[in-house]
Write a protein that binds this ligand. Structure first.
Ligand code: CMC
Length: 433
């Protein structure tokens, strides 16, 4: 890589130009290093980070024009079809695919960290029964900071590794228990003999009253969905984790912050919104009505599960999930699932519509995931918690990468101030007369 290229910033008011380094990336766009501007008293303005790289990272690469997503150099399709979630977690955190011994040791560690401190169950009991499971996840994950004060030493690599293992292991238990709590059912303990996705399904759907056999086809489908959600570069929740972690905050609080950001309907909350939208559409005949609403700005309605800030061709994760939806519905003998038929038809009609073509709006990962989750017997309120569970892998990897950088700095964006000039304080009795 050559860092020798520069760009020159010239000024119309006759000030001397400023040379800025133009950095190459191993893949993807070049990046102008604007740091020298601060010493010249100039900042850049980019609300929504549409053109700003907030960090350097070796973990995930996306080419939105080509519909390409890769982790540590491996294409998402290869990982989704040939790997498993535990292996992808290892890859994200350690940078390489594990050997058999490394994988067994990693899985063993995750299994043996999956139980929650017994007192955590009382944290759940402080919540209303009708709370959204995401509210419980955020609260309980943040509360783990109180149980692991040793995790505060975040600049120590071993401490970060232990925290990463604890989080990967315990977040599924928290997610499953959040569901159990809202259902008024007893908490099911993790089973160390089970695989990661299998164990999660068991903790969520089994009860102590009868044996519960996890269907391996469905566990495999869920594992694949975990892979597809594992990391996605510097999205809103990951950037939130990085920014909150940049101050040296405890990882459990940082992950809770990431979950809070993920919960929004424009981010991880979209999968729940998609299913509610498909339910509202109810019949393929009503699709044109919803397409028209989505095109009319005055309605404020958007087709949930469509569009992406980065993907302007197709979302490779949506293709894999569509195929997984077929597999799951076949396995469960649900090929005529009305919502799947509405989703397929909605996709077909939208992709032929000029509005969606011109704005490059394609189905994203959330469009089909809800259909798979529902077929697995998972209720809509749990869709975003499952996204959070899977994304924890990316969050811990990105958080750890940031803190391992010797040049690490606390995140502190600038602003363009457009408020009042300095003015004199007027005592209250002299105001408004
Ligand atoms: N339905 C109708 N119009 C849309 C949609 C949609 N789903 N998405 C974008 N547009 C329009 C939008 O109105 C705008 O039109 P105009 O240029 O005339 O003002 C244009 O397309 C660009 O939209 P934007 O909001 O400026 O684009 P963005 O990059 O800021 O937002 C997005 C991306 C994902 C927030 C947006 O496409 C959206 O709200 N989609 C629906 C929610 C959704 O499915 N979110 C899940 C994202 S994937 C999972 C994840 O990573 O979290």
């Amino acid at each position: 890589m050559s860092d020798k290229n520069t760009v020159t910033l010239t000024f119309s008011d006759g000030r001397p130009p400023i040379e800025l380094p133009l950095l190459d990336s191993t893949l993807g766009k070049q990046v102008v290093d604007v740091r020298p501007l601060a010493t010249q008293g100039i900042y850049t303005l980019d609300p929504g980070f549409t053109a700003t790289a907030s960090c350097e990272s070796r973990i995930t690469f996306i080419d939105g024009e080509k519909g390409l997503l890769s982790h540590r150099g491996y294409a998402i399709e290869d990982l989704a079809y040939k790997s498993d979630f535990m292996e992808v977690c290892y890859l994200l955190i350690y940078g390489e695919l594990p050997t058999i011994e490394q994988k067994l040791a990693f899985e063993n560690s995750i299994r043996h960290h999956s139980m929650l401190h017994d007192q955590v169950s009382t944290v759940f009991r402080g919540f209303r029964r009708d709370a959204h499971p995401m509210a419980l996840m955020i609260g309980v994950t943040g509360a783990l900071s109180a149980f692991y004060p040793d995790a505060h030493n975040v600049f120590d690599a071993k401490t970060r590794e232990i925290a990463a293992h604890r989080l990967l292991a315990k977040v599924p238990t928290i997610a499953a228990w959040a569901y159990k709590y809202t259902m008024g059912e007893p908490f099911m303990y993790p089973q160390n003999r089970m695989g990661y996705a299998e164990n999660f399904l068991h903790m969520m759907l089994a009860t102590p009253c009868e044996p519960y056999e996890v269907n391996p086809v469905l566990a495999r489908a869920l594992d694949r969905i975990f892979i597809l959600h594992a990391d996605h570069e510097q999205n809103a929740s990951t950037s939130t984790v990085r920014l909150s972690g940049s101050s040296g905050a405890t990882p459990f609080a940082c992950m809770a912050a990431g979950m809070a950001s993920l919960w929004g309907p424009l981010h991880g909350g979209a999968n729940e919104a998609v299913l509610r939208m498909l339910e509202e559409i109810g019949d393929v005949k009503r699709i044109p009505e919803f397409i028209a609403r989505a095109k009319d700005k005055s309605t404020g309605f958007r087709l949930m599960g469509f569009g992406h800030r980065i993907y302007k061709n197709f979302d490779p994760r949506a293709n894999v999930i569509r195929e997984t939806a077929h597999e799951v519905l076949d396995e469960l003998d649900m090929h005529d699932d009305p919502q799947f038929r509405i989703a397929l038809e909605l996709e077909r009609i939208a992709l032929e519509d000029d509005y969606f073509i011109q704005k490059k709006l394609y189905p994203n990962v959330d469009f089909y995931s809800g259909i798979v989750f529902r077929a697995l017997g998972i209720p809509a309120a749990m869709f975003t918690p499952i996204f959070a569970l899977a994304r924890t892998a990316g969050w811990v990897a990105q958080w750890s990468e940031m803190l391992s950088d010797p040049a690490h700095k606390i995140g502190r964006p600038r602003q363009r101030y457009i408020g009042p000039q300095l003015r004199e304080y007027v005592p209250i009795e002299q105001r408004g007369v």
